[in-house]
Design a protein around this ligand. Structure first.
Ligand SMILES: [Zn+2]
Ligand SMILES: [Zn+2]
Ligand SMILES: [Zn+2]
Length: 144
């Protein structure tokens, strides 16, 4: 069943159920429920396992257009305040997070955004540079 088929009552009930698993942080509505492997809040419904911010966005604004990414303008990806979310094309979204550029050190494209445990961004990391540093560190510790 798609979101558009939900009655107003079902929407309200679902939005309410989502909001019981949050706490306010300034303007942000921070998700306190379970967090998926992707770092986003997850909400299990009868038929699906959805990210909680996307679910609330859809309850408020309707279906997310096919292929669009949801960006957190507040940069806290635990936040599910629909007014802090903005639809971007996947390319624009990658550009925003500066993920279309290569690693400035080694030129690798495995350049990723890092996040703190509270869901806020914490700079970038090159997975290749990180793996190299990790190998070097291991060599040092096995030597001594
Ligand atoms: Zn927010
Ligand atoms: Zn984003
Ligand atoms: Zn690198």
């Amino acid at each position: 069943m798609t979101q558009t088929e939900l009655s107003v009552r079902q929407r309200r009930r679902r939005a309410h159920a989502l909001l019981t698993k949050t706490h306010p942080d300034g303007d942000c509505i921070v998700w306190t429920g379970s967090i998926g492997a992707n770092g986003y809040g997850q909400y299990r419904t009868n038929d699906d396992n959805l990210t909680s911010h996307r679910l609330l966005w859809e309850l408020v604004f309707g279906q997310v257009p096919e292929g669009m990414a949801i960006h957190h303008t507040c940069e806290n990806r635990r936040c599910i305040n629909p007014y802090h979310l903005k639809l971007l094309s996947p390319a624009a979204h990658l550009r925003h997070h500066r993920l279309l550029t290569a690693c400035p050190k080694c030129g690798s494209s495995r350049w990723q955004q890092r996040y703190r445990s509270d869901g806020r961004p914490n700079g970038h990391r090159c997975m290749d540079c990180h793996a190299r540093a990790e190998r070097a560190r291991q060599r040092r510790t096995t030597k001594t």
